[in-house]
Design a protein around this ligand. Structure first.
Ligand code: BGC
Length: 729
């Protein structure tokens, strides 16, 4: 959209999402902002220019969170930030950090987790990494932008506890721990007011309660009333339209916009510009070290893949298993990331079969030829792209019959089957076949391949090349192993091969739950909200006439009736069985936990927990240790468990032990009590649970909090206008 409304922008970075106006007479340059969460998004080529401007496609955010490794995320951020800096961009529009409330949100791949602590910690590491390169970030989309359907006008109706504990908590952590340069307000309304026009959200909560001192920008064309946006503390309207300028100028004349508010917003914009590389005159090279960043992308990808199943140590593949039959379209046409503004223009990507070949495997040529011919014909018959946001139409799986499967089983050592899914901005996923569910052809392929290979005593490995959660319960017992590779960026094939060969021992764990059925998801009844009948809508005017259909607002509302019982908080409290629980992930080795020590049996302001983790298996590996707490439910209901910390060990040799240390603060014990608008920790007995997942608790201990603590009073903000019947245990 560069240059669309800002004539100054056309000579800046091609393909960047936007820029600010320069005021040359005051020496104020135009600064450039560009997407997005999986790497910098700019045009790879330019008119009349033979140079290329490719960026590294890092793994999607969901994979990054599954590493549970803040140091590694910091390195990814540094590499991304370096590309931002060297390509002359000032602010990266990311990370995305909305809560994965429902598996079908089309942009979940841009977000980290269903849990606010994982989200907040991983996003803080990312922000610190990117900003260590001297450029800014824009944490987005603030807040409660958890669905894409009707995203420009969806009213999220949620209780204040739900907002504070789940949907705002990650943003709060990043603001306090990483001080991002900017925050991007979201498209949706919260309790009746657009996020970008919401004084409670942008001033009372963000600045007064949390101390944010940076700048707020809108999401592109977000909100409706520029006057209200100025007053709310939404400093910059992006990408900025002549109508908005007019409305603000008229507002100043009529007194609706105060000069004080304008000055405040302008000051924040200027402060941002003062920090920018552009203002400092940084001479960018247009030559970031893409080679070095490739290694970062490859390592991050293998660290965030999750081994979901591994019967009789099917993986790593034995050294003699060299002949591979690769089934599934995405074995040949790997999905490296999602679509929309979270996509990256990378120079190349490594498919699964290329990665395997690089690692010394032989790919069955007949099967390769069958799939390649099929994909070629299928692609020719489809529109290249279904518009800016959606990418190309998915191609139905090639049908594998028992003859093909049988002949492959005769001549191959192992079968790999990929299941691929893509999604992106502007659209939510479907709960049906071909998206959340497998298609009949996918199921049939898995069955005939497994029958044929198992009849020969050979193994079958499923690789899930997906950006978000899919149904696994009905078929997961068929293959010998399942590797959740996610959408792993441009090095996908190499990173998957690193895991299959055992060069890298998997250490990723789920930062989101895989439910048994979609209907088990607590928000499944409400998501993605209901469109309001015209009579229910006060203002019927379309707000963004002329925009593509996904940008056109259809007033709708979504009531967050599950309250704080989101993800594992719900499944663990209400004893709902899941297919793979939050925090789950296997390794080629095993770990023993011992020696849990609490610094005191009584909590007084702070508590330190330590425990030993020993590699009790035969190969070196890393373990993620998760700290859950069960709190007494005295003044308010509490989930059965809540994640309060996590640690990833270094690479431990067989027999080696590492101590992990957790600090528990009063913040970690407190819940938000709407009646007093404060965080409060109840006196009583707290149980600490160290687990290798949210279900596999290995060590428990307890401590006493002698008297109630009011941890922090907050502003009275974001009150719902209607009574919400929230779920309670
Ligand atoms: C997306 C943002 C993105 C912006 C600029 C919007 O449509 O929601 O995430 O940063 O476009 O490309």
């Amino acid at each position: 959209m560069e240059g669309l409304f800002n004539p100054d922008a056309k000579d800046l970075v091609a393909g960047a999402a936007g820029s600010t106006y320069a005021i040359p007479r005051l020496g104020i340059p135009s600064i450039v902002v560009a997407d997005g969460p999986a790497g910098l998004r700019i045009s790879p080529t330019r008119k009349n220019d033979n140079n290329t401007y490719y960026c590294t496609a890092f793994p999607v955010a969901t994979l990054l969170a599954s590493t549970w490794d803040t140091e590694l995320i910091g390195n990814v951020g540094k590499a991304m930030g370096n590309e931002v800096h060297e390509y002359g961009v000032d602010v990266l529009l990311g990370p995305g950090m909305n809560i994965q409330r429902n598996p079908l949100c089309g942009r979940n791949f841009e977000y980290y987790s269903e849990d606010p602590l994982v989200t907040g910690k991983i996003a803080s590491a990312m922000v610190n990494g990117v900003e260590s390169e001297g450029v800014g970030t824009s944490i987005k989309h603030y807040a409660a932008n958890n669905a894409e359907t009707n995203r420009m006008a969806l009213n999220v109706i949620a209780g204040t506890r739900t907002l504070r504990e789940i949907y705002l908590r990650g943003f709060e952590r990043v603001v306090k721990h990483a001080q991002p340069w900017t925050v991007m307000s979201s498209y949706n309304l919260i309790n009746g007011t657009y996020a970008s026009q919401n004084y409670d959200l942008l001033t009372k909560v963000l600045r007064d309660d949390w101390g944010f001192s940076g700048m707020v920008m809108t999401d592109w064309f977000g909100g409706k009333d520029p006057v209200a946006q100025v007053a709310a503390g939404n400093d910059l309207l992006m990408p900025g339209t002549p109508n908005q300028t007019k409305a603000i100028l008229e507002g100043v004349k009529s007194g609706k916009v105060t000069v004080k508010d304008l000055d405040r917003n302008v000051t924040r914009i200027l402060n941002l510009i003062l920090q920018s590389p552009k203002f400092k005159g940084y001479k960018y090279s247009n030559k970031p070290d893409l080679k070095a960043h490739t290694l970062v992308a490859r390592q991050a990808a293998s660290e965030g893949m999750v081994l979901l199943r591994n019967v009789n140590s099917a993986l790593p593949l034995p050294a003699e298993a060299k002949k591979v039959a690769a089934f599934g379209n995405s074995s040949y046409d790997i999905i490296t990331g999602g679509t929309g503004s979270g996509d990256v223009n990378e120079a190349y990507s490594v498919s699964l079969v290329e990665g395997l070949q690089n690692a010394g495997f032989t790919i069955n040529e007949n099967l390769n030829a069958l799939y390649s011919a099929y994909l070629k014909t299928a692609k020719e018959g489809k529109k290249k792209s279904r518009g800016f946001m959606m990418g190309s139409e998915p191609i139905a799986e090639f049908t594998i019959n028992s003859d093909i499967a049988g002949s492959m089983a005769n001549i191959s050592d192992v079968a790999l089957i990929t299941i691929g899914r893509n999604s992106g901005e502007g659209y939510d996923r479907s709960p049906g076949e071909g998206d959340f569910q497998l298609t009949a052809v996918e199921k049939e392929t898995m069955k005939v391949v497994a029958d044929a290979f198992h009849a020969k005593g050979k193994k079958v490995v499923v690789i899930l090349n997906v950006g978000g959660v899919i149904e696994t319960a009905s078929w997961k017992d068929i293959p010998d192993a399942i590797l959740l590779s996610w959408q792993a960026g441009q090095e996908s094939g190499n990173s998957i091969a690193d895991i299959l060969t055992g060069k890298v021992n998997p250490s990723g764990k789920l930062a989101c739950t895989f439910p048994v059925r979609y209907e088990d998801v607590p928000s499944s009844k409400d998501f993605p909200g209901k469109v309001l009948a015209v009579t229910e809508v006060k203002d019927k005017k379309p707000e963004n006439g002329g925009m593509p259909s996904f940008m056109n607002p259809k007033p709708a509302e979504d009531v967050y009736s599950e309250g704080i019982y989101e993800g594992y908080r719900y499944y663990s409290t209400f004893n709902v069985p899941v297919s793979y629980e939050f925090g789950f992930g296997m390794s080629y080795t095993s770990f023993e936990y011992s020696n849990l020590k609490l610094s005191s049996p009584k909590f007084s302001g702070k508590m330190t927990l330590t425990a030993d983790v020993r590699n009790s298996g035969k190969s070196e590996g890393k373990e993620v240790v998760e700290l859950y707490i069960t709190a007494p439910a005295k003044s308010i209901d509490k989930p059965a468990i809540e994640l309060k910390g996590f640690a990833k060990t270094r690479l431990l040799k067989p027999g080696e032990t590492q101590s992990v240390v957790f600090e528990v603060t009063k913040d970690d014990l407190a819940s938000f009590i709407p009646g007093i608008s404060a965080w409060k920790a109840d006196s009583g007995s707290y149980t600490v649970k160290l687990g290798s997942s949210s279900k596999e608790i290995r060590l428990t201990g307890s401590f006493i909090l002698a008297s109630d603590i009011t941890v922090k009073k907050e502003s009275q903000s974001l009150l719902p206008q209607v009574k919400i019947n929230e779920l309670k245990p």
